[in-house]
Structures are given as structure tokens and as C-alpha cells.
Design a protein around this ligand. Structure first.
Ligand code: MG
Length: 204
């Protein structure tokens, strides 16, 4: 991999953006996104307020590439009131809504020309998807059925030599999805904290 560097201003934004990604995981995502960005569009599933989007989007911007961000922005079960990841600040007039946070993040980072928010569930987006991607980061649904759907559904859009990354890989359902991917065409190449990175067989 070549040497790539995140701008200081974007790193400052990473610190103030809500989310669940450790900076070391972000740096790993950024490096693998930069590695893949020359070969095609980038994708992430589970955007929330745009913390991971800053890292992957910056790699897209530097390569003159785009990043598709799939999220319905209505939150997942673990973000509902009383659950571990609940944040009352993301509750708007019509309920849970992180899209305004994402928009502010993209504008602040000057990423609006390189990031395409897809405001839909992963399942709906997959049903109508038709674009091969060079990089996919999966951090959406964390329930067994949801993460397997994401793994099976999005991995088929990753081009040969492209990158597939998962967050929270120690969660049993996600570990099972990764094993399913590894049993197919994917090989694990990197791991930082709860982030796991795989590559699809073939030249990038
Ligand atoms: Mg996560």
C-alpha cells in the first residue's frame, strides 16, 4: 500500500463526530479504502452520523472517487431508548434521525462531491443495486439475519481484488458471516481492534 495521509482538519472532525469507530480502526479503513479507490467506487453500510464516512470519504476524495453510504438513518435496535447505544441527541421531531448529522459532517469535511448518501435500508438498496464496488465496509444491522444478508448481498458486488471490511467482528453473527465469506472467495488480510478486513480473490 502507498503512503496516504488524512488532513488535520478531517482528523479534528473525526474526534467531534458521533459514532462507534476507534481512530485506529478508522485509520485502517482509510488505508484500505485508499488502496482500493483506484479500482472503483467505495461503499459503506451503516453510516450513522458519518464518523467512518470521514475516513473512507477522504480516501475517495483523494482518489477522485465516490463513496456510497447506505443507511435508513432511523437507528438500529441497540440505539433505541434504554439500549446501550442510545443517544437522545439524535431524536428529532419525527423520531430517530441521523441524516442531518451526516449532512453536517459531509459539509464540514468538504465531502459532498465525493459521498452519495443512499437513504434506504440495506435490504431495499440491495434489491435495486447494480454497481460493482472496489471496497465495502459493513457496519449496519448487528443481528444474525441482518448481518448475513449484508455479507451475502454486498460481497457479490465487490470486484475481484476488492476489499470487504466488517466492524464488530467478534459478535457471533458477524463472525459467522465472515466465516461464510472466507469459505468463499475472500481472504482475511488485516485486523485492528474490532475491525476485520478481507480481500476478494483476483487482481485489484
Ligand atoms: Mg459498529
Amino acid at each position: 500500500m502507498g503512503t496516504v495521509t488524512m488532513p488535520e482538519e478531517t482528523l479534528a472532525l473525526v474526534e467531534t463526530t458521533k459514532g462507534f469507530l476507534h481512530p485506529d480502526e478508522g485509520d485502517c479503513l482509510y488505508r484500505w479504502a485508499a488502496y482500493a479507490a483506484g479500482a472503483g467506487p467505495l461503499l459503506e453500510v451503516g453510516t450513522y452520523c458519518g464518523k467512518s464516512t470521514l475516513w473512507i470519504g477522504e480516501a475517495a476524495r483523494q482518489a477522485g472517487q465516490v463513496l456510497f453510504c447506505v443507511d435508513h438513518h432511523r437507528g438500529s435496535p441497540e440505539m433505541m431508548p434504554g439500549e446501550d447505544c442510545h443517544d437522545p441527541e439524535v431524536i428529532g421531531d419525527d423520531g430517530h434521525d441521523t441524516l442531518p448529522f451526516l449532512r453536517r459532517t459531509l459539509a464540514a469535511a468538504d465531502l459532498e462531491r465525493n459521498v452519495i448518501p443512499v437513504v434506504a435500508s440495506s435490504e431495499l438498496a440491495l434489491t435495486h443495486w447494480s454497481t460493482p464496488v472496489a471496497f465495502a465496509f459493513i457496519d449496519g444491522a448487528h443481528d444474525d439475519a441482518g448481518v448475513m444478508l449484508d455479507c451475502v448481498g454486498w460481497s457479490r458486488w465487490v470486484i475481484p481484488g476488492g476489499v470487504l471490511a466488517f466492524h464488530d467482528f467478534a459478535i457471533p453473527g458477524i463472525a459467522a458471516a465472515i466465516r461464510a465469506a472466507e469459505g468463499g472467495e475472500f481472504v482475511a488480510v488485516d485486523q485492528v481492534k474490532s475491525l476485520k478486513v478481507l480481500i476478494k480473490a483476483g487482481p485489484v
